[in-house]
Design a protein around this ligand. Structure first.
Ligand SMILES: Cc1ncc(C[n+]2csc(CCOP(=O)(O)OP(=O)(O)O)c2C)c(N)n1
Length: 293
């Protein structure tokens, strides 16, 4: 289990950068943190597929691009099938070692993109899928989707969602793929270590990263990392990996902070009642009780 410090020592990561100027991200955007560290870990022999999402538009629009390796902007519903085709083409050319990675949002992974993702996973295609989860369809204004958590308010659901968030990593683990992991942009060493490990594994690999969005979640962009850290420190967002079916917690908060410390920093939870907040706390307690058993 890794010890996490507040300050990140950048010397431990590969130096080469694959994202350059011309990125059109909002201040405090964590999708770019996900892409930056994913590409650093995977290295230059990588082809990246990004279906319609914030990341797709901010990396390349019109004649400008901010990415330095081959990049394909896929249709919203086709991230994993496009990646499958690219990987097979590489194999046909004798370039088996090229990493093919899809970086998709939560809708592009768990909603409209799910059919392609599930198909590629069950065939155990030799590709990596990274879902950066900002818990809404942000590129079109932050609409509700299956990854939006209980109680969060969205423009199309202004009173707050009454349904639970989809448990994406468990669904992917049920495909019996060799590697599934969760990560958070607040715990970059952990994310990086998982990417490096995934890179060496053959077959379908899935990493689900918590990726706060200042616009959709309603907070000042300077708090992006702090909010992600609070999600982990409260136990709401568990950091783990499932390697060939065996579960391994990669980080355990020393003393879990109350989930309200996380929830109350975000305007999307403005309509959450105290009773609802207690309900979220109970869900987290139950999750950890079951894990500790
Ligand atoms: C078939 C189709 N329907 C709708 C859209 C419009 N669209 C583009 S991006 C997007 C939301 C993407 O959400 P997500 O995958 O969660 O990524 P995020 O924008 O949050 O980064 C939508 C609805 C589209 N491009 N194609």
């Amino acid at each position: 289990m890794m010890e996490m410090s507040e300050k990140i020592d950048l010397d431990q990561f590969d130096k080469e950068e694959f994202l350059g100027p011309s990125l059109k991200s909002c201040p405090g955007c964590s999708a770019t943190i996900v892409a930056r560290f994913a590409l650093k870990a995977l290295g230059k022999d990588t082809i990246v597929i990004i279906p319609a999402s914030c990341l797709a538009t901010l990396l390349a629009t019109n004649t400008q691009t901010g990415i330095k390796i081959p990049y394909l902007h896929a249709l919203f519903e086709c991230g994993s099938s496009t990646a499958t085709g690219v990987k097979h083409a590489m194999m046909r050319k004798g370039k088996e070692n090229v990493n093919v990675v899809t970086i998709a949002g939560d809708s592009g992974s768990m909603d409209i993109g799910f059919q392609a993702l599930s198909g590629a996973a069950i065939r155990n295609e030799d590709i990596i899928h990274i879902c950066y989860d900002n818990e809404s369809a942000m590129n079109t204004g932050g609409q509700l989707n299956s990854c939006t958590p209980f109680g969060a308010r969205t423009p199309d659901w202004p009173l707050g969602k009454r349904l639970m968030k989809k448990d994406a990593p468990s669904i992917m683990a049920a495909h019996n793929i060799p590697y599934v992991a969760t990560a958070s942009i607040s715990h970059l060493e952990d994310f990086y270590m998982k990417l490096k490990k995934a890179k060496k594994i053959k077959g379908f690999r899935y990493i689900h990263v918590l990726s706060p969005c200042p616009i959709s979640w309603g907070y000042d962009g300077r708090y992006t990392v702090e909010i992600a850290r609070k999600a982990v420190e409260s136990g709401l967002w568990m950091l783990y990996e499932i390697e060939n079916g065996s579960f391994n917690l990669t980080y355990k908060p020393e003393r879990r902070i109350p989930v309200e410390e996380y929830l109350r920093m975000q305007r999307r939870f403005d309509t959450l009642t105290d009773d609802d907040a207690r309900k979220v706390q109970e869900i987290v307690n139950e999750l950890w009780r079951r894990y500790e058993e």
